[in-house]
Design a protein around this ligand. Structure first.
Ligand code: C2O
Ligand code: CU
Length: 458
């Protein structure tokens, strides 16, 4: 048979079908608009942006070492991307526009494929115009199961958010770049949701053992959390198991982007109610209720075992590590005198007109050159010096680090550290993941108005 032009065209057409056929098997993650009830019953539904139009997006759950494959489809009116927060990921999949990929325009898609090396509680969220996109609801939980599950009766994810809603219409107030928020504590809301609802109820029974995975998806609110009618331990921070679980006998902070895993036993009476609450200046507010019916066992378990460790790098001795200082500057009450933007030194006043209120080491944007350029495998200390009048939640991409405690010893592994006003916090890390990694404040308005840097591992 002679090959005619017609045949060639046909063949070409058949081949060109292959990629889209393969695409049919791709699991998609569609960023789009939606509406759901977030305010208390009786209010209208809130228009949100979410993965599959829901807030939070569906939990992505898989076992340790497994591979995630998702085709992000952008049906939003804005370009977007997804960052897999806390995953020690392949750099190309980190989801940072302008650093690891281009933002995905409306109507287009991007394929994310990567392995999850560590078990624990993580999350995924939009990483383009995050101050707006995360506030509108573009986030979801990412749970990686240990090969041997801990002994609990229920494993519950509680994803906390803080919404600024119009009190009449329950719609999101669209003042994402309001200079007061940017230059102060960030966008604080007037309604706290857990898993996208106000004051949800979880059915439990007395003496049941619960694993609670708390994730702070708020733009800027630092929660100070407490439990009532529940007793137990903190077993992991930012996904990483603690060597020794910490008994909970007081409230504990959870800064934006941080996670904490608790193992708690229900001690409230049957019938009765236990709760997770948030301690605020003007009292404590219930966030979620655990309604007790029935009794699981005649008495609670009394002990807890640490979760199995993750394959983190060895980091026990930091005496040889070089120390790098990162100074956090600006904001209300400590206004920037000047800082660099676009390669020029501008006055604080000029910066404010451009919506820049903060700087890291004198630079009010993600600089062209990295804050650190280091060799793979090298060990470093970073000292965050907070000269501002506000707290900041500093997050490092692609790595976990250890806190250096006041006595110089090494504390827990984290990916986000809360640096209180006037405080200096030191961290230590092994730069073992090659690529370009963002380092920024997770108060998303602060990041948008100057608190953004990066480091390179080669
Ligand atoms: Cu959770 Cu750079 O982000
Ligand atoms: Cu900040």
């Amino acid at each position: 048979m002679t090959v005619t032009r017609r045949h060639i065209l046909k063949t070409a057409a058949a081949f060109s079908l292959l990629p889209s056929l393969a695409g049919a098997n791709q699991i998609t993650l569609t960023a789009r608009t939606g509406a759901q009830l977030i305010a208390p019953p009786g209010y209208p539904e809130t228009r949100v942006w979410g993965f599959e139009g829901r807030v939070p997006g569906a939990p992505i759950r898989l076992s340790q070492g497994a591979q995630i494959s998702r085709r992000l489809v952008n049906e939003l009116p804005q370009a977007t991307s997804v960052h897999w927060h806390g995953i020690r990921i392949d750099n190309a999949m980190d989801g940072v526009p302008g650093l690891t990929q281009e933002a995905i325009p409306p109507g287009q898609s991007f394929d994310y494929h990567f392995k999850v090396p560590d078990a624990g509680t993580y999350w995924y969220h939009a990483h383009n115009q995050s101050v707006e996109q995360v506030a509108r609801g573009l986030y979801g939980p990412l749970i990686v199961d240990e090969s041997e599950a801990p002994d609990v009766d229920q494993d519950l994810v509680l994803m906390l958010d803080d919404w600024r809603l119009d009190p009449e219409t329950a719609q999101i107030t669209e003042d994402f770049d309001n200079s007061h928020d940017l230059s102060h504590a960030g966008r604080l809301g007037n309604l706290v949701s857990v898993n996208g609802s106000f004051d949800p109820i979880f059915p439990v029974s007395r003496h049941q053992r619960l694993r609670l995975r708390l994730i702070n998806a708020a733009n800027a609110r630092v929660f100070v959390l407490g439990i009532e009618g529940l007793a137990g331990w903190i077993v992991a921070l930012d996904g990483m198991p603690l060597d020794q679980p910490i008994p909970i006998d007081d409230t504990f902070p959870l800064a934006p982007a941080q996670r904490v895993d608790l193992v708690v036993d229900v001690s409230a009476d049957d019938p009765g109610t236990a709760s997770l609450f948030s301690q605020e200046r003007n009292g404590s507010f219930g966030l979620a209720r655990f309604v007790v019916s029935g009794q699981a066992t005649s008495r609670p378990r009394t002990d807890v075992r640490p979760l199995p460790p993750n394959p983190l790098p060895d980091l026990v001795d930091t005496t040889q590590a070089s120390i790098h200082r990162m100074t956090l500057q600006g904001g209300a009450m400590r206004w920037l005198e000047s800082a660099r933007l676009g390669g020029t030194e501008l006055s604080g006043r000029e910066l404010a007109q451009l919506g820049r209120f903060w700087a890291l080491n004198g630079i009010a944007e993600r600089p062209d050159d990295p804050f650190l350029d280091v060799e793979k495998g090298s060990v470093h200390q970073i000292e965050f010096v907070n000269e501002t009048a506000f707290a900041h939640a500093m997050h490092l991409h692609g790595h976990h680090f250890r806190l250096i405690l006041a006595d110089g010893s090494l504390g827990p592994w984290r990916d986000t550290v809360l640096v209180e006003r006037g405080e200096t916090r030191k961290i230590a890390l092994v730069a073992d993941n090659p690529g370009n990694w963002l380092l920024h404040c997770h108060m998303l308005g602060h990041a948008a108005s100057g608190m953004m840097s990066w480091f390179r591992v080669t």
